[in-house]
Design a protein around this ligand. Sequence first.
Ligand SMILES: Cc1ncc(COP(=O)(O)O)c(C=O)c1O
Length: 402
Amino acid sequence: MSDYGQRYAASLMNTFGPPKLVLVKGEGAHVWDVDGNEYVDLLGGIAVNALGHGHPALVEAVTGQLQTLGHVSNFFTTPQQVELAEKLLELLLVGRVASASERIETGGKVFFTNSGTEANEAAFKLTRRTGRTHVVVAEQSFHGRTMGALALTSKEAYRAPFEPLPGDVTFVPFGDSEALAAAVTDATAAVLLEPIQGEAGVNVAPDGYLAAARAIADEHGALLWLDEVQSGMGRTGAWFAHLSSGVTPDIVTVAKGLGGGFPIGACIALGAAGELLQPGNHGTTFGGNPVACAAALAVIRTIEEQQLLDHVTVLGQKLRDGLAADPRVTEVRGEGLLIGLDLVADASGEVAAAALRAGFIVNNATPTRIRLAPPLVLTEDDANAFLAAWPAILDEAMGEQA
Ligand SMILES: Cc1ncc(COP(=O)(O)O)c(C=O)c1O
């Protein structure tokens, strides 16, 4: 046994509680702890390790870029930064119906950050440049932990110790178009939604909700801002979870899977919204550095070359079907490899612990909800192994209750 647990407790702030494992190695969707035990990683660093662990394309991109040019200030640019911005805009805009909006014709602009919180912070500041301050956000949302992003996050336990937070934020029930329509006014700067709420345990926006949000925002001259930090970059089997809705947002924020484990985020603003932040309005030392951009380009290229979006769609469906087959599971939600399931009882902590003992990493998102967000390269064998182990994991954690 290692003593890292004690040393962690003695030397790191207690913001996350005690770590469940001390991990030392990863390959594909597998990780090993310091004692040599192997696990199938069905959480992927919380929807981050898109290419799994140690993927050669990512390793090569990062090491090659670091050897060539590791960092420049934002007084300069690099080919990687420009190429990534162009690529993200292409992924967002290509394939939409041309007539959908003038936003498409006017393209868009990207601001790079190092995390999802910072992408949202940049977007929040951008919305203030409309001259309005009011933002309408969904209940059960999670947008990050900086004071700005926290102001837009609904969970009381996260907010309360840090109030007063930046104000003028209205929370409405997720998925309720009428409540949204009632909350948005001509003083509203933006409507902010996750197309699939991740931290809440995977709540998928009901059909028509994003289109209604677009219409409501348009009626009042407000921006529609979609937080795809968790749901974006291929996780749902599409490049962005909102694409199937046909809606064109004004702002999309991404991070997590974008760099496949290398920290990078982006605030992407389409059409006129892309011009709202002007020189002096915002900045970052590390955001958009060439190593992070090279990592993201490698992730996107690999997803394209290996046709991982189709793989994610097929494997996600298989996992959802398999997990739903147990009577102790009351509902399975999600798209692609962003999966949430409800248990018949408050036992998600016990289930996650039993899964870990069986060699599988899953997340207990709420007391009744388990979340999976595995690497997009998860193999069918790994998915089968988890489904085979699932009934015994539930037996151990919950017994026969159904
Ligand atoms: C939807 C969403 N937005 C923002 C964030 C914050 O991102 P980060 O932890 O990279 O700051 C998260 C993180 O879980 C998220 O799921």
